[in-house]
Design a protein around this ligand. Sequence first.
Ligand code: HEC
Ligand code: HEC
Ligand code: HEC
Length: 334
Amino acid sequence: MKKIFYMLICALMLVSCGDGGNGQAPNIKTSTKTVHAVASNSTRAKVFLESGGDSYIVSNSGTTLYGGTGNDTVTIADGVTGVTIDQNVEQINFSSSLSNYKFLQTGNLINVYDSAGSTLILSSPVQGDSDGAILSFSDWSASALMASGGTMTLGGMTVSSTAANVLIPNTATTTTTTSTTSTTLSPLPGADGTALYNSNCSGCHAALSTSSKAGTTASNIQSAINGDIGGMSSLSSLSPTEIDAIATALASVVTPVTPTPVCGSCHAIPPSTGQHSRHRSKGVSCAICHGSAYSTTSFNAATHNNGIKNVVSTIGWNSTSRTCSNSCHGNERW
Ligand code: HEC
Ligand code: HEC
Ligand code: HEC
């Protein structure tokens, strides 16, 4: 149970109960171990949390709440508005999910509005310290922080100082409270070389089946790590057993032999298209029309088999009319 002695009604004590506008707690302590709730009426309460940490649910709109020492957690009940909480509260809980609120910075205050951005739910100062206050929603929670330049952030997202806006967290900054079970896999003798390769090497040397290091030896791997080849010193924690296992996995990779197709396997030399045979029978070489690197036995690797039929400009080739116009003959169809 909370040790809250709520509702010391002092309708006639507005002046003495009030903070006089200076943010100081009024001097009405009734006990040293007490949360003081001073209400002038149900919608204008002042609540003082006791020292040593406490949790408190704000169920009245218009409540002004002062935290004590220790970790104070305050929950703003559904539908409650116009709450002011001082900087001594460590965590403020909201009933709904983050997307149902809008946020606005005014000075050092973080103002939390309803989803329409019209009703102020909370106003609370954010300090420029490293942990700030945690605002917690049903699906998300994060610290509100004040950077030295005066920029306020919540979970790393800048809180607008011009208009109340929704905040959409990057999933990477989302704090979820699901518990994860982590299992530490310790390599056994006969470590799984394939798994080790996949987690340590594939990012730089491709998948195991197509590894650029297929067939390499354990000593090659070790010296690449020792010599920090390509930044591989980051793998220095791999044990000799693990490196052996990786080398074994790499040794099993059969490098597929890519057969080099011979001339004539993709197209005839020359093809039977157009006026190829007519020109060839007159001894016109492939190079005259396709460029100097081409012959019946060679091609220009830079332009060959790239989806573009390359012909030199001197033959006056018109790909639309599929004609050649040049000094050998006038305009002729291909
Ligand atoms: C951060 C990227 C990176 C990672 C991770 C990495 N390497 Fe390398 N590795 C390189 C680069 C870059 C070179 C130098 C260029 C080359 O040989 O491909 C290299 C070179 C090597 C060499 C020496 C050259 C040779 O062929 O003998 C071997 C062996 C090798 N790597 C194996 C591995 C193995 C096995 C792993 C995993 C345990 C691994 N590398 C992880 C980037 C990396
Ligand atoms: C008189 C000029 C000429 C000569 C000589 C010539 N070609 Fe062509 N070649 C062409 C033209 C024109 C095209 C059609 C280009 C187009 O469609 O854009 C072509 C197209 C090709 C194509 C693409 C496939 C096709 O049928 O369109 C191949 C392959 C080809 N030539 C191979 C050869 C070879 C090999 C030789 C030598 C043995 C040769 N050419 C000699 C003019 C020539
Ligand atoms: C793997 C299939 C393939 C093989 C093998 C091949 N070619 Fe081609 N060649 C093509 C294709 C496809 C074209 C059509 C144009 C293009 O894509 O570059 C072409 C076009 C050409 C051309 C027209 C110029 C050009 O690049 O467009 C010549 C000439 C040619 N090949 C000569 C040869 C010769 C000589 C050989 C053997 C040394 C050869 N080709 C082997 C696929 C092949």
